[in-house]
Design a protein around this ligand. Structure first.
Ligand code: ADP
Ligand code: MG
Length: 336
């Protein structure tokens, strides 16, 4: 069928109905899709969290190499990752779609299928959204609502000198995956980390509930840029040790020696969706058993300093200067 024709036939309300029919009654949902606003019952005594993230074709994804199912999953994952970074539990989400006229129904069906699969994996319900045509790119805007006990909220501002800097999983794989995709490679395990990152929701909640991190953030723009936000808001600095960076076997296959290029990908490539958190020294022994129980690797990659400077330290104890600092939409850094 001609591109976009099925969608025109279905129309806005047909599409909304098509989405709504796939949903089951959600816990706590009083009104889901179909009214002017959704209504849900908040859990007593808990704070409500809300976060939104846009994914724009040509900025965040390239339709020539991302499949719709993974794109849908990723759209949910990047939003859940922000709730994870607070230590919260995601509950509901809203989905706003701006759809170009050429979009096929098959693509949309698969994209929404991916969203609902990832949402179900984390117990999150779709409760509403907005649907519009777009004269330009495909835009997916998700808003996630979560909840959390007021005393387990982990801010970016709590890092103190002497705290250890920790990170879950491995870093750099997504940036490596993107580079390989841009080079036309379609079969490499690194691609998966770029196309379908899995948010560290359980890890964030477990760390926050155990009151371990003094500050936490998710890695979306690259470790240096994201750690920079913690440092700014906490009025501290940090030293990161290049030898301590958690690099996957796949990453090491591509970079048997850690060149400056490898370090740039790992520290400034972005889209890792791991959690970066700072931990007072006395809490450190609790980190590893706790994340181990969830099957997640944790690494200490540096230390918070009183001097307000972020330095990467090489194996010889000298500072390494990296050209790339992390993703910034307006300076176009990291665009290759
Ligand atoms: P209004 O004109 O009042 O904004 P809409 O026609 O935009 O209402 O939406 C009708 C219902 O469908 C609302 O409950 C809205 O939340 C829901 N909805 C619209 N688009 C989406 C979407 N892409 N995903 C989920 N729910 C949607
Ligand atoms: Mg609307």
């Amino acid at each position: 069928m001609t591109e976009g024709k099925e969608l025109r036939k279905l129309g806005e309300f047909g599409l909304i109905d098509r989405i709504a029919r796939q949903l089951s009654a959600g816990k706590g949902v009083v009104l889901g899709i179909g009214d002017d606003a959704a209504a849900f019952t908040p859990s007593p005594g808990l704070l409500s969290l809300v976060t939104t993230d846009m994914l724009i074709e040509g900025v965040h994804f390239d339709l020539s190499f991302c499949d719709p199912l993974s794109l849908g999953k990723k759209a949910v994952s990047v939003n859940l990752s922000d709730i994870a970074a607070m230590g919260g539990k995601p509950r509901y989400f809203l989905l706003s779609l701006a759809i170009p006229p050429t979009m096929t129904l098959d693509f949309l069906d698969n994209c929404i299928k991916g969203m609902l699969q990832r949402a179900e994996q984390f117990g999150v319900q779709l409760i509403g959204g907005d649907t519009c045509s777009s004269p330009g790119p495909l835009v997916l805007t998700l808003t996630v609502l979560g909840e959390q006990s007021p005393d387990s909220l982990v801010r970016r501002s709590g890092a103190r000198p002497g705290d250890q800097v920790c990170v879950t999983g491995t870093i750099g794989d997504s940036a490596l995956g993107l580079r390989l995709l841009q080079q036309g490679k379609r079969l490499d395990n690194a691609l998966l980390r770029h196309l379908d990152p899995v948010p560290r929701v359980r890890e964030g909640q477990a760390l926050a509930e155990a009151a371990i991190p003094s500050a936490m953030i998710d890695l979306s723009d690259g470790l240096l840029a994201d750690l920079g936000h913690i440092l700014d808001l906490s009025s501290v600095g940090a030293q990161i040790f290049s030898e301590a960076l958690p690099l996957s076997d796949i990453f090491r296959e591509h970079f048997p020696t850690v060149t400056e290029e490898a370090l740039s990908l790992a520290l400034a490539g972005g889209e890792d969706y791991e959690l970066l958190f700072t931990v007072p020294p006395e809490e450190i022994p609790k980190v590893f058993p706790l994340l181990d129980k969830l099957g997640t690797r944790a690494s200490i990659v540096g230390i918070i300093t009183a001097e307000r400077k972020l330095a990467v330290i090489g194996p010889d104890g000298r500072e390494i200067f990296l050209h790339r600092k992390g993703f910034n939409h307006f300076t176009n850094e990291n665009k290759t």
